[in-house]
Each structure stands twice: as C-alpha cells, then as structure tokens.
Design a binder for this molecule. Structure first.
Ligand code: GDD
Length: 329
C-alpha cells in the first residue's frame, strides 16, 4: 500500500516536531512548510534530528502567500493536513495583533481555500485553543462552552475555528477542530510560563541570576504534555467523521503552584524571595481560570492523557538542567 502523506504547517514548532515524529513512526511521508527566515538554524532546531536523517520533505512557503500554499499542496498531494502555524504567544499578540490575526486567522482561511480548491478529498486538522473561551461561563469547558475570546490571539483562533466549521458544513469537507488546552514539553519556547519558570529556577540554582520576574501568579491553567496532544490531533483525522474535540487533562494548577513545585524540586526552598512581579508580563485582559473536559475525545477517539503535571515538569527540568549548567563559566 502506498504511504500516506501528511502536510504540516508550523512543522518547526513544538507540536509540529512531535507530530512529525508520530507520523513518521506510523509510516507516513511527512511534508512541512517553512517560512524563509534569516536565522535558519534556530528556526529548525526542533526538527534538526529528523532533517539530518532526511526524513522530512520541507518546502518554503508562507501562510499569507496563497500561491505558495497551492504550490505545496499540489506537490505533496496530502491525505492529511495539519494546520499548526501561528503566532502563538498570547501576551505578544497584544503587541502584534495584526501579525497574529494574519498568521492565525487569515492564514487559516487561505489554507482552507487552497485545500478546497486543490485537494478537497484530504482530511484537515485545525489547531484551536482554549484561549478561545476567554473568561468562561462554566467550568470545566467542553465543546459546547461559548467562545468569548479576550486576546487578539484568541480572536484570531476563534475566527479560524468558525471558518473551519463553516467549510465543513458548507462544502462537506473533512475538517476537525481541536480545542487544545495548554501543552508543554522540553521543546516549549522559553517565553511560555512553564519553560520560563523551569529555566529561571535552574539559573538561580546555578548562580546565574538572583531573581525571576513573572506576571500573574493567580492564573490557573490545565497543563498537559505536547506528546499526548499531537496523538489526539492524529486520532481526530482517523475518526469516521469530522468533529470538534476538547483536549485537556481535566486538572488545573495556578502559576504559583507551578513555581512552588519547580523550586521545591530543585531544592531551592521557599520560592518567594526569588520571584518578583513585572507588569510587562501582565496581559491587558487575562483569563483567570481554564480547565478542560475531554470526555468526548475519550469516548469517541479513545484518547487519554498519559503524562501528568509533575512528570511533565520533571522531564522539562531534566532536559534544561545540562543546558543551563553549560551556560556557567
Ligand atoms: N508567558 C508568561 N510569562 N506567562 C506568565 C508569566 C510570564 O512571565 N507570569 C504569569 N504568566 C501566566 C499568564 O498570564 C497565563 O495566565 C499563564 O501564565 C500561562 O501563560 P503562557 O504559558 O504564556 O500560556 P497561555 O495560557 O497564555 O497560552 C498558551 O496556551 C494556549 C492554550 O490555552 C499558548 O500555548 C497558546 O498558544 C495556547 O493556545
């Protein structure tokens, strides 16, 4: 049987790299779209190990350059398309709202349109976010919880989410929306709070800094492992019918609890003398509490998270420890 082909936008991100590994393990031919960038080596560090073994087909393209999307879709003739590309940092989306709306919102529309016109028989995964809920009216959140976004990123993802549903309904295309809660890993970007706290605490332990500045410590999030979450994306496209699915652990923790756990694990004792508050890391509108109910995914997809909060952070600490230690002179 011919190999299945998958095309991933955002292949060089945290999720793109884990999804590539999963699909390669399943015997797929994996194609990815890369934006041309002057700092090419940092851009592909998460997929370097796959590139070195020549396991990926990477093509230059851009979510806002529809001709490039059409070209790559025609060349790859994918069975499955995973749309993971976006400016994904919520705080930064307040500083760069237009770029965020273009990459996460308009870029999705261009890709949906290119997909409809070139390969409508393919299956399409749209990366939605719990950030779309805004300050939710109910807890935990499920697929029926109203969307009420409070950040440019949340608005852009909501636009993309609704378009994906509309394309599914209007044209009968196989498009599934994931509504993914926070998911982290050793490959997490350093300015997201889990990686920032792990790296900052390690730097304190190694004498590289005295304190760490954070924003809102009261915010509560439902943190899972990216490796588990890309498995959910794949399962959505293997399911008999397209649908929307919340992907979450169902457990929430505050940023304060995250800090407490990491500092205790590193034997730093009381974390309070080390943490300062900096308004730069606050958002004009913040979601105080997100917790997901993934029972639909459990029932229909047989999906369950396998890695909990503490195991996730232990893995991140073990990964960043030698890197931070190496920064010591
Ligand atoms: N980044 C960051 N930096 N966040 C901080 C800080 C800080 O110094 N201090 C407190 N926080 C709080 C944020 O205000 C937020 O409530 C929480 O920590 C998590 O922040 P992030 O790790 O930046 O993630 P996020 O929840 O804003 O967004 C992530 O999850 C979404 C799913 O809900 C991103 O991965 C999004 O792309 C994703 O869609």
């Amino acid at each position: 049987m011919a190999k299945k082909r998958a095309l991933i936008t955002g292949i060089n991100g945290q999720d793109g790299s884990y999804l590539s590994e999963l699909l390669l393990e399943q015997g797929y031919e994996v194609w990815g779209i890369l934006r041309r960038n002057s700092v090419a080596e940092t851009q592909t560090s998460r997929i370097q190990h796959l590139r070195e073994r020549d396991l990926l087909r990477l093509e230059y393209g851009d979510m806002l350059d529809m001709a490039s999307l059409v070209r790559v879709l025609k060349a790859s003739r994918p069975d499955e398309i995973y749309n993971l590309a976006a400016q994904s940092h919520v705080r930064i989306s307040f500083d760069q709202p237009i770029y965020t709306a273009e990459s996460a919102g308009m870029g999705t529309l261009l890709l949906l349109e290119a997909f409809r016109l070139t390969c409508p028989g393919a299956r399409f995964y749209q990366a939605g976010s719990s950030e779309m809920f805004g300050e939710p009216a109910e807890s935990p959140q499920n697929e029926r919880t109203p969307l009420n976004p409070v950040s440019p990123y949340g608005c852009a993802k909501t636009f993309a989410h609704h378009l994906a549903r509309q394309y599914r309904q209007s044209y009968g295309l196989f498009i599934s929306n994931g509504i993914l809660f926070n998911h982290e890993s050793p490959r997490r970007g350093e300015n997201f709070v889990t990686a920032k706290v792990v790296i900052g605490a390690l730097e304190i332990r190694h004498g590289l800094r005295r304190s760490l500045a954070l924003g809102n410590l009261d915010a509560r999030r439902d943190w899972g492992h990216a490796k588990d979450y890309v498995r959910a994306m794949w399962r959505m496209l293997q399911h008999a019918a397209p649908d929307d699915f919340v992907i979450a652990t169902g457990q929430d923790r505050s940023v304060r609890e995250l800090v407490e756990f990491v500092f205790a694990r590193l034997g730093l004792g009381d974390w309070r003398p080390y943490i300062t508050s900096d308004p730069r890391y606050l958002r004009p509108t913040e979601i105080t509490h997100l917790r997901g109910d993934a029972s639909k995914a459990r029932t229909l997809l047989g999906w369950m998270p396998t890695i909990g909060f503490e195991q996730l952070l232990d893995e991140m600490i073990a990964h960043f420890e030698p890197i931070v230690a190496g920064r010591r002179r």
